[in-house]
Design a binder for this molecule. Sequence first.
Ligand code: PRX
Length: 572
Amino acid sequence: MSQSNPILHPRKGIHNLEKYEETYEQFKWDSVHPHFSWFKTDKVNMAYECIDRHVEDGYGEKEALVYINGTTKESLTFSELKRRTDEWAHLLKSQGVKKGDRVFTFLPKNQEGYIAILAVIKVGAIVGPLFEAFMEDAIYDRMYDCEASVLLTNAELLERVPVDKLPELHSIYITDDLDHPIAQSIPRLLKETSFEGEAVQWVGLNDGMIIHYTSGSTGKPKGVLHAHRVMIQQFQTGKWVLDLREDDVYWCTAHPGWVTGSSYGIFAPWLNRTTVVVHGGRFKADEWFQAIEDTGVTVWYSAPTAFRLLMNDTDKIKNFNLSSLRHILSVGEPLNPEVITWGLDAFNIRIHDTWWMTETGAQLIVNLPTAAIKPGSMGRALPGITAGIIDLEGNEVKRGEFGLLAIKKGWPSMMKEIWKNEEKYQSYFINDWYVSGDLARMDEEGYVFFQGRNDDMINSSGERIGPFEVESKLIEHPAVVEAGVIGKPDPLRGEIVKAFIVLTDAYTESEELLKDIQTFVRFKLAAHAMPREIEVLEELPKTPISGKILRRILKAQEIEKLEQGDRYHVPL
Ligand code: PRX
């Protein structure tokens, strides 16, 4: 560690996991089971464990959800959340939704968005939460692959859903109180629904519960299916890593369409009976600081790009009382030491990096509140987790050397399957190692340092973007014959999507055309997948025999240009 990167020692205080080394030696995941009601009853359901059991244990009047959006602030107690998810669950049951059905939700970050997800889980169906900013093609890819039969949305978002192209979709419900030609109104149906009988459908720990689609370097997004057993690890990491306690007010900034927004925006905090803040609306530094002040956030989980954006507005911090904050965490992209230093200056709190993936269901490598942080490191493997740096044969490399970051099979929140794609699921494993696709090194003390990806996957602002999806969309534009897409290093967003395209003979390059191509991707696929830079080339580098576009060469050339000061490039 250099002088400019000192080890950051924890502040004194009581924390949920005090003795890392000792716990790491002794801990077994089975020891968490007695916490859950199914340990005694054999009746499993994530929604029950997140809400109903707290009401039964006498915490019905505790605040469960605080929704904040501008000047609006509304809250729901655990009893209210139970009543509303029960009502929606009865409605879904009465409409014929059964265990194992795929029910998608496409809703904003508000109370109904959260109620919808929990109600689907309550009836034993598999929920597929869609990110609010998805456009037609991103929605289609996911719902079609998953053969979704039911959709919970609102009239405005429904306009983006290509209903005619989804043959399995037979029922659409909207949260608006209005007549709609193809959808039924939830508030109206609720007036006719009988709430008799049990709302919860009991399931098994290994039954499917939630599906998140995620991108890799090839093909369309893949459906990562998680089972109810994820709760074991989500509960325990909520306790150890988020360090949640009875009086905490917790804010996870991710939308539940992404795995952080479900695993740590819904399940981990509510399994721990914590008050959850849900912030509606888009990112704005003032609004975020205001939300912390107004709701008294104590534990805050966000991402490096968000912190870097807030860093630009550091001068605004003095206008707010943020003294409630006691613990801050980060996920999704490399947390640069400058951000940690900023956190210390701005809040007098260390920012704790955490590493995991959609496929892993919960945190695996973490900086704990009680442990030293080595800036630049993502932390160490949690108790119950064996992390290794391996070569392509599955052998561990020497400490300090770079290799593939891998985890020994057998942790509770590991994905159940890749939807309808056993081959893809199997491709994650070398012997008994789950191979993440990340490159990293581990020091003598077990601290893991992230280096990059071993494939072409792009990570922009913590969002995982598949180059193939963007390339496929680009070549649908009439002016584009070929496209190669890479992640270009960017100081704010980690990476930005950059596209190299070859134009058809009928078109010539102009600023207007490039803007049109950008808009095409933005409104067909999703805003975060839009190439922020487009460069027109005469031809793309390809493999000589198969003619595959060599993204690696495009990326290497781009990095070289950056190193030379980006003399040739004129950004859009
Ligand atoms: O490359 C790693 C990066 O994000 C990938 C997983 O993306 P996703 O499935 O969308 O899940 C994101 C949130 C859990 C990883 O393979 N990543 C995640 N956390 C970190 C990270 N890269 C560096 N540091 C992290 N803490």
